[in-house]
Ligand binder design. Structure first.
Ligand code: PLP
Length: 530
């Protein structure tokens, strides 16, 4: 395709995207295809000769689109939303045009600098303290934008693990009082600041490999004592991060009476128990807005407990609900003061409810050094004059991947075009729609019961007719009926402790109107009656 060909195809693509949005409401919400449908239409190898663009564009509509679930659909009430705005789309178009991996400041200064500035904007927007920004007194605060809450959890767990191992190592060295333990490197008495490679490089050549394997053994043994905490309601990202890093994950119990929020006393008891058993609790993933019921862990109490256990890295996963901190009326409910006091890292997905399309997960930390100490490995070809001088931030040193997408451009476009007021209107609009849905459920004849405290735009309910004992079986049958209507609306099922099988309804699409909320309630009632 040449420049003129792109001009024509590009205009046509924008036209077809506009047509898509104009026809969104008429489309089936969920893809109505069976597994393996695509192999019937797509050849099993790439064509030897290039094909005409018109045919490719046409096939996208004819072959691929039927297998797309429309997350922007006005009656998409499943999972959590995955917003997109036209401003964000335009940013991604420009990003694709310059295809830029942005790993070092020098490979595209704007990519690094805009990301730092946008993270500061987001921190201010959410009410995070300046400690989480590049203006922090320590000079170490700030953020980076990663692809998902999952990547955030792994990245943070690596930094927290490094911090924990460093602390344990210096503690052990101190306890053995200089000399009882063979030093593993020249600087073993003090806290190592960097990873294994830097340690090894301080030794004479011959001793390096022996020291490296000694250190690796010690780290392996010590890592197996580390424990990462979440709750039974924490998203699987925490357990997965622990699994990948070979660390134990402990799901602390939460209860319906506490609205599934982690309480300080549960955390404290777990820490004491693990310590007494020789384990080392090193990180807590607290959640503001759990997936099943939008539970808000008790940050006030967690902050209290954290005072006695400064070694515990506290990460807040607020993938969905974090953007609600943009609303002044929600900040106190989530105890923003406690968050600012005790949290080491905080993350929300702007690509859920925050108007910026997938992928966009800003991670804010008070100490970027903790990330870079764990993640910096610099071969010669990645060194730069500014990087060596420490006058710039090279974002590769704070993330798993070297190349990184230019995600900050879409944040910039969207926040400028909508303004914070526009974002607040969007959030409040979804919350109002959830309130309408609650009203319909509460006032309707169908015996639906809201089973968890509704929060933000999420409502969790189930069918509870009088006299039915097998409520779970009934609700699974109810769910089967709802799934059969997935062209008209989509919902998500879950299981809540002490309640059982239930159904989640969440608004958040920019295209949902009150009439869609009412239509969804009607379908739900029809399935319930059936
Ligand atoms: N955390 C919470 C509370 C979530 O609800 C989700 C997804 O819905 C995630 C994490 C995972 O997000 P991601 O897909 O960005 O890894």
């Amino acid at each position: 395709m040449d420049i003129e060909g792109f001009r024509t195809a590009g205009y046509a693509a924008i036209d077809s995207i506009c047509d898509y949005y104009e026809s969104l409401r008429e489309r089936p919400v969920n893809a109505q295809v069976q597994p393996g449908f695509l192999a019937k239409s797509v050849p099993d190898s790439a064509p030897e000769e290039g094909e005409a663009w018109e045919k490719i564009a046409d096939d996208y509509q004819k072959i691929i689109m039927p297998g797309i679930t429309h997350w922007q659909h006005p009656r998409f009430f499943a999972f959590f939303p995955c917003n997109v705005t036209f401003e964000g789309m335009l940013a991604d178009l420009h990003t694709a045009a310059i295809s830029n991996p942005g790993f070092n400041w020098s490979v595209s200064p704007s990519v690094t600098e805009l990301e730092i500035i946008m993270c500061d904007w987001v921190a201010k927007m959410l009410g995070l303290s300046t400690e989480f920004t590049s203006a922090s007194a320590s000079g170490l605060g700030g953020g980076i934008i990663l692809n998902s809450a999952s990547e955030v959890a792994i990245t943070v767990a690596i930094a927290a693990r490094e911090r924990a191992l460093t602390r344990i190592e210096s503690l052990e060295a101190w306890e053995k009082d200089q000399g009882a333990r063979e030093p593993v490197s020249e600087d073993s008495g003090s806290a190592p600041l960097t990873g294994e490679q830097d340690k090894a490089k301080t030794l004479p050549q011959g001793q390096a490999s022996q020291a490296t394997s000694q250190l690796a053994n010690w780290r392996g043994k010590t890592t197996s004592r580390l424990v990462l905490y979440g709750t039974t309601q924490t998203h699987s990202i925490a357990a997965k991060a622990a699994l990948i890093l070979g660390i134990s994950f402990r799901a602390l119990k939460v209860f319906a009476k506490d609205e599934y929020a982690l309480q300080g006393e549960t955390l404290k008891a777990a820490i004491e128990e693990d310590r007494a058993a020789g384990r080392y609790p090193f990180m807590l993933v607290a959640t503001l807005g759990t997936t099943s019921s939008c539970a808000i862990d008790n940050m006030t109490e967690i902050a209290q407990v954290a005072k006695s256990y400064p070694e515990l890295w506290i990460h807040v996963d607020s993938a969905y609900a974090g953007v609600a901190l943009t609303l002044p009326e929600e900040r106190a409910k989530m105890d923003i003061a406690a968050i600012n006091e005790c949290v080491d890292s905080f993350s929300t997905n702007l690509h859920k409810w925050g108007l910026v399309q997938f992928d966009c997960s800003p991670l804010h930390v008070k100490d970027r050094g903790a990330l870079s100490r764990a993640l910096t490995v610099t071969p010669e070809f990645l060194r730069t004059r500014h990087g060596d001088a420490g006058t710039v931030l090279d974002l590769r040193n704070m993330s798993l991947s070297l190349g990184r997408r230019f995600r900050s451009l879409k944040v910039w476009f969207v926040l400028r075009s909508y303004g914070l007021q526009g974002l607040r209107n969007h959030l409040r609009g979804s919350i109002l729609q959830a309130q309408l849905f609650q009203k319909l459920v509460k006032e309707g004849q169908t015996p639906l019961k809201i089973v968890a405290k509704p929060r933000f735009a999420l409502v969790v309910f189930r069918l509870e007719p009088a006299g039915v004992i097998e409520k779970d079986a009934l609700n699974r049958a109810f769910w089967d009926a709802l799934e059969k209507r997935s062209s008209e609306l989509t919902l998500t099922q879950t299981v809540l402790p002490e309640i059982g099988f239930c159904i989640r309804w969440v608004s958040g699409s920019l295209w949902t109107r009150d009439s869609d909320v009412e239509a969804s309630y009607k379908v739900i009632c029809e399935c319930a009656d059936a």
